[in-house]
Design a protein around this ligand. Structure first.
Ligand code: MN
Length: 351
């Protein structure tokens, strides 16, 4: 392998300046520009939006940040709170009233027919459907949209605040799993440029979000219920008021020694919710939950994290009972057989 020093990676400054000029032409003197992110906005999208606002020399009232969904992950909520970013819910009608709509870290194809005409698309994902916009900059070789925006800021000679640098660095870091996944020299270079401006105290607080103190009581109550079978750790916590404790607890449990798979589950008012984690080099967690629960509920996810939601009625039909002891045993057995045993047929929803 040839070594590529990101410090010597040549940014296409002229190209970026030309794009910037075209971008500004498309925005023109439009009174307001809607910055639209995907349905569960992630740090890369959020950072890109506040960077575009700076590139355009706008403020939050003329460039509001929107999503059709909401920010849900604890880290992402911490990011918008600590960096004082507001991401507002939007609907198609509201978007239609904006003279310009910009998509960041996402493409029109993602939204189906929820979108009015969009004018700007800046993204790094593989092409998804037609790109019918006046300005498109889709760089699929980049690990993050934040990298593209960092280059724009450079091309514009913009004043980059500590807040903005911290957001962009975190955007790159989280989208590339700390520069592990799909990272190119452009991402490394942008990361290096942002590094000296970043506020590491804020970054640490984003990455390790504070837990409410009542979580301690919850932990004390549920941790004794951990079941460990070889490298499989399962924990059914019973009834929960807040669903977000389930993924948080799953992340936490991955830290126990000799653990390859974590399944944390809980009961909401109408469903059994499961969060699954693994270190990423074993079978895809998304595939496993789809195989086990795809026929009885909603199930899906990525290589290292996945989720399933099974309505209580369907759970009872498929597995017999939603009593907590029974659920805990069922989950351990299902995952044990699927991951380490002979393999079982996926459960069929009975008619
Ligand atoms: Mn991204």
């Amino acid at each position: 392998m040839q070594l590529v020093n990101p410090a010597t990676y040549e940014v296409d400054i002229e190209g970026n300046r030309a794009r910037l000029e075209q971008l500004r032409k498309v925005v023109g003197d439009a009174e307001r520009v809607a910055l639209l992110l995907q349905d569960d906005p992630d740090p890369d999208g959020i950072a890109s939006a506040i960077a575009l606002r700076t590139v355009l020399g706008r403020n939050r009232s003329t460039t509001p940040i929107f999503t059709f969904g909401q920010v849900t992950r604890a880290e992402n909520l911490a990011m918008i709170r600590l960096l004082d970013v507001s991401v507002e819910p939007v609907d198609t009608e509201t978007l239609r009233a904006f003279p310009r709509v910009a998509l960041l870290d996402v493409q029109p194809g993602y939204f189906g027919d929820r979108l009015p005409h969009v004018h700007i698309v800046i993204d790094h994902h593989p092409r998804c459907g037609p790109l019918d916009a006046e300005f498109c900059d889709v760089r699929t070789s980049y690990g993050a949209t934040s990298t593209i925006l960092t280059e724009y800021l450079e091309a514009a000679g913009a004043d980059v605040s500590q807040r903005l640098a911290t957001a962009l660095l975190y955007g790159i870091k989280s989208d590339t799993l700390m520069l592990n996944r799909e990272t190119g020299p452009a991402d490394l270079r942008a990361f290096m440029a942002l590094y000296p401006l970043t506020n590491y105290n804020v970054l640490r607080r984003i990455e390790r979000p504070e837990l409410p103190l009542v979580f301690a009581n919850f932990l004390a109550r549920v941790l004794p219920r951990i079941r460990k079978r070889e490298e499989l750790l399962t924990l059914h916590v019973g009834q929960v008021d807040r669903e977000d404790v389930i993924p948080q607890l799953a992340d936490f449990c991955m830290q126990f020694e000799n653990t390859e798979w974590v399944v944390v589950s809980g009961k909401t008012h109408d469903a059994i919710v499961l969060s699954v984690r693994n270190p990423g080099y074993v079978r895809s967690a998304g595939d496993v939950v789809r195989r086990l629960f795809g026929n009885v509920g909603r199930a899906g996810g990525h290589r290292s994290m996945a989720k399933a939601i099974v309505p209580l009625r369907s759970w009872r039909k498929a597995f017999g009972s939603t009593r907590d002891n029974h659920v805990a045993e069922t989950i351990e057995l299902l995952f044990w057989k699927e991951l380490y045993g002979e393999g079982v047929e996926p459960m069929q929803a009975s008619a």
